[in-house]
Structures are given as C-alpha cells and as structure tokens.
Design a protein around this ligand. Structure first.
Ligand SMILES: [Zn+2]
Length: 441
C-alpha cells in the first residue's frame, strides 16, 4: 500500500467518523516529503508528510493524526499565537496547542501516536485553552516536550500514558518522534528546520487566509448541525462545539438588542418582586410616581459592570461593549452602579453614578482571572442583582455561579472561542458595527 493510499484510507476514516471536519480535511493540500520524519500542517494548510514514516503507522493512527491537524486549523492556533510564533517560546506554544487538542481526541476514541502530549505530563487538568496552558507551561519554565516516553524529560507519569495509548500504537518509538508531540509544523507554529521548505510550499500550494477563514466557518456550521442531529459514528470531541458556537454568524438580532433583552428581563424579574428585597431601598421612580405602597415596592436592581482590562482584550471592542452596557443600564432607569476593573485581580471597584463613568481611566493590564472579581461581587453591599462581565472570554471562572446574581457574560469575539463558564447568559459582541457613540452625553 503506498503512502498516498494510506492517506486516502485515513481521510475516509476521518470523514466517516467526523463528517463535520470535511471542509478542513479536504482543504488540506497533501505534500509528500521524504526524510521529513513526521506530519505537519503549514500555516497555509499544506499537509507535509514523510511517506516512509506514514507507512509505519496504522490507518487508525494516521486518521487520528489527520484529525489532530484539522483541529489545529479549526482552532486557528497559529493566528491566536501569532505574536509568540517568531520567538523563542514557539515550542512552548506548540506544546500548549497540542495538549489543548489531544485529551478530547483520545476521549472521543481517536488513536494518536504514543508520543502524543497530554496536560497531565505537566500536572495540568484537561479542558483548558491553549492560551491557558501556555501561561501554565511558562510558569513551569518548560523548554521541550515531555512525551511521557523513555528518554523524554519525564515527570514519572510516562508509563500510565503509554498504557493508555497502546492500542493506538501503530509504530515503534523511534518512528513516531514528533507528531502531536510539540512539533506539528507551521499550523502549530513550529517551523524549525523546514521553515524554508514550508514557505516555498505555501507560496506554491497554500490556501489564502480568506479560503482558510471560509473553511473554518463552514466547519463551525457543520459541527453545530452535527451536534443537533448527532449523526455518524463517534462523539464530538470536547471543545469543538463551544468553538463552533462562537464562530456562529451574528444572530439576526444585534448583540445590543440581545444584551438589552437579557438586562430588561433580569431587571423586570427583580422589579416585580422575584426576590426578597425587604432590606433594600425602593427606587427613586417608585417615589416620584407615587406608587410606593407596603408590599408593592418597586425595587431598583443593583447592577455591577465588570470590565476585563487584561492585556489580551481588544481595547476598542471592550470600550464599545462597556459603553453599550452603560447605555442599557441607564435606559433601565438605574443611575448608580458598581463598576469594577479586573484582570487577574480586582484593580478597581467603586459604586459610581453613571455620569462619572466617562472619566474613569482603565485600571490594570495583567492576565485574566474571573474569580477575584466574582468573589468581590458577592461581598459588595448592596449586593448586585445583575452582573455584566465584559471580557474576551479567556480566563478562569469559578465552577458555580455566584449566588443570587443574574450573571451576563458579554464576550467580545476573539480567537479564544470559548464561553467563560458553563453558567450565566452569553452575549457575543460581534466584530461588525462597533461604534463608539457615547450614551452619557
Ligand atoms: Zn499538533
């Protein structure tokens, strides 16, 4: 069986078991390269592979590797790590991307090579984003992949790992040095020695950015449909659906309308006495309208807006989302709110009149951790009924929602493609139509 035939069989397996990935799978441009020693996808979707190496692997492992490469493309890993890719830390970034992909593939019964990297080799949990892994690996001062195989810089967890992957082992160690082990080529940002070859191939055969973008979007749509119908064999690997949802075309209704609806519904619930507000002030409106009666007090909801000021935030979008949130709050008749700036910690918190907000500088510029701000929220007095967290979604969230707070994640669309938590409302702020009209004027 030739390497080409082997690849064709593997593609057939992938398109049978993961039909949703077909746009990317058939969008890859295969290119055999003798002596290359592995498989890698360039940043313009040229699939470089060593035909001799390929023939040492089982069809199922080749299928698993192809799926792994498709995931790199779908998650747009290289784009997300663009600032890192030119520098010393690209191996680190590559490891981070690989450990973000591999556990979900193994869980969904894909076979990988024995050297496949997993988060546990670094003492890390499954299910984080590549960016989150990157930050953790950097803390550990990791410089090379730990494949869990003998001879690799080990953490002692290698044996466990090998057992797990035994049935997927279609080759011996010497023949499976790199794939999924932190050296996945251009798509995973590790161009290494083949850099020149890759850029030449990109020029000759590569897909343009807009072609790639179309394939990624089409794949996102297929994943969403697949999930709805649950067709075909196998499970949807964890993370793909979330990523696909965030790729979704902006809904017919504008995100502002959506945010407005969620806020109004939440304030309406509170105003109509959905909660016990006996200890709270009645709203000014209740007084001025003269409708203040015992037991029928119209309450003003307490609202908190948290602005993610971490370095990864797109400043223009975060400003637009903040201004929009303030406008919506203002329209709901609230005149004072809690306002927090938070990155990895709370950099600023104050109860402010909406009119003060225009002059507030941005506080903090570190990494992202949602937990400190959420911990701070529940301690505020008066405690917020509604919280709007404006963020790009890249950070740690608590497992459970804060008690008694209607929580709204207002996520500025980014490459992170992730709902920050499994709870709360999600508003995705789309790239389009960002305007900076000032509702406070
Ligand atoms: Zn990889």
């Amino acid at each position: 069986v030739s390497a080409e035939q082997k690849l064709a069989v593997a593609r057939a397996i992938v398109s049978r078991d993961a039909p949703y990935i077909a746009s990317i799978l058939y969008g890859l441009v295969p290119h055999p390269e003798k002596g290359f020693g592995t498989m890698a996808t360039t940043d313009h979707m040229v699939l470089l592979y060593d035909p001799d190496w390929l023939q040492t692997l089982t069809d199922e492992v080749v299928a698993g590797i192809l799926m792994h490469e498709c995931c790199h493309v779908f998650y747009e890993h290289l784009k997300r790590f663009e600032p890192i890719m030119g520098g010393e830390e690209r191996v680190l970034a590559n490891i981070a991307m690989d450990i973000a992909i591999n556990p979900s593939l193994i869980d969904a019964n894909w076979k990988l090579t024995p050297g496949a990297l997993l988060p546990k080799y670094y003492g890390l949990p499954n299910g984080l984003t590549a960016e989150q892994y990157f930050v953790e690996l950097r803390k550990q001062k990791i410089t090379m992949p730990n494949t869990g195989l003998p001879g690799s810089m080990g953490s002692g967890s290698g044996e466990e790992k090998q057992d797990e992957n035994k049935e997927g082992n279609g080759s011996n160690e010497a023949n499976s040095p790199k794939i999924c082990s932190g050296c996945c080529g251009g798509v995973a940002g590790n161009k290494g020695k083949s850099e020149e070859l890759e850029s030449q191939l990109n020029r000759e055969f590569g897909r343009s950015d807009s072609e790639q973008h179309m394939m990624v979007r089409a794949t996102g749509e297929s994943i969403r449909h697949f999930h709805e119908r649950q067709q075909g064999r196998g499970n949807l690997p964890a993370g793909l659906l979330e990523a696909a949802k965030l790729l979704e075309e902006p809904p017919r209704i504008d995100w502002r309308t959506h945010l407005n609806q969620v806020v109004r519904k939440a304030t309406g619930k509170i105003r109509s006495g959905g909660k016990d507000f006996s200890l709270r002030r009645p709203s000014k409106r209740s007084y001025t309208r003269g409708i203040l009666r015992p037991g029928l007090v119209q309450q003003t909801p307490e609202i908190a807006i948290i602005r993610d000021t971490s370095g990864s935030m797109g400043t223009e979008q975060i400003n637009a989302a903040t201004i929009e949130s303030i406008a919506i709050v203002k329209a709901s008749g609230v005149d004072s709110i809690w306002f927090l700036d938070a990155d990895a910690k709370v950099a600023f918190q104050k109860r402010v009149r909406l009119s003060e907000l225009r002059t507030l500088p941005v506080h903090g510029r570190g990494g992202t951790d949602f937990r400190p701000a959420i911990e701070a929220l529940v301690k505020l007095k008066p405690k917020p009924d509604i919280a709007i967290y404006i963020t790009d979604g890249d950070g740690y969230a608590p497992e459970k929602p804060p008690n008694g707070i209607e929580f709204i994640w207002c996520v500025v669309a980014s490459y992170y493609k992730r709902k920050p938590a499994n709870w709360g409302h999600l508003i995705v702020v789309s790239d389009e139509n960002i305007t900076l009209s000032d509702p406070l004027s």
